[in-house]
Design a protein around this ligand. Structure first.
Ligand SMILES: [Zn+2]
Length: 193
């Protein structure tokens, strides 16, 4: 019988197919088959290939999990940085706000209809000014305005209303304002001129 020696597909050792086309490799003990076309194959070889495919797939999976893990960690760090920066900004803004708890708008809208009457004004305007003071003293207890005219020094709305009768419509008076530490008018002083 013709001696057919063909390399084992698993280990490369020569395998003698002269007796059978199904031979167990002496070296690696893989079953090796010889087909009609003279090609050899082994289930072990296929298993090795499957193992390699499986290992590749496992590595692929590990890598992608690794990449995901990295993305998650990076995402967390990035989120922390964003939160940290936001906190600094919010705290900064809050500290500015607590430094002055009123906005420019609050202050100027409170002061506007008083500042209209500063300087030299007729008694009619002084009466309007005192009407505004009365309204503010009734509605905004945080910013009570003291009215001073001669001996009179009051925050009482009835006294301020009474005070209005002292001013002659077409006579001129001098009005000056004082402000509290927040910038709100807290004192109206009226002088005869
Ligand atoms: Zn072999």
């Amino acid at each position: 019988m013709e001696v057919k020696k063909i390399a084992c597909p698993c280990c490369g050792a020569n395998i003698d197919f002269s007796k059978s086309d199904k031979v167990k490799c002496e070296y690696c003990h893989a079953m090796v088959y010889l087909d009609d076309k003279g090609q050899v194959s082994s289930p072990e070889e296929d298993i090795e290939k499957l193992k390699i495919i499986a290992d590749d797939a496992a590595n692929e999976l590990n890598n992608s999990v690794g990449t995901k893990g990295f993305k998650i960690v990076f995402g967390l760090i990035f989120s922390c940085v964003i939160v940290f920066i936001s906190a600094i900004l919010i705290l900064g803004i809050t500290s500015i706000n607590t430094h002055s708890k009123y906005s420019e708008y609050d202050i100027s809208s409170f002061n506007n209809d008083l500042e209209l009457f500063t300087g030299t004004n007729s008694g009619m305007f002084v009466s309007n000014l005192l009407d505004n003071v009365i309204t503010k003293n009734k509605t905004d207890k945080d910013h009570v305005i003291t009215v001073i005219y001669g001996e009179i020094n009051t925050t009482d709305t009835d006294e301020i209303r009474q005070l209005k009768t002292n001013f002659e419509d077409f006579k001129n008076y001098e009005v000056s304002l004082d402000y509290d530490s927040d910038g709100f008018v807290n004192k109206v002083t009226i002088f005869d001129i």
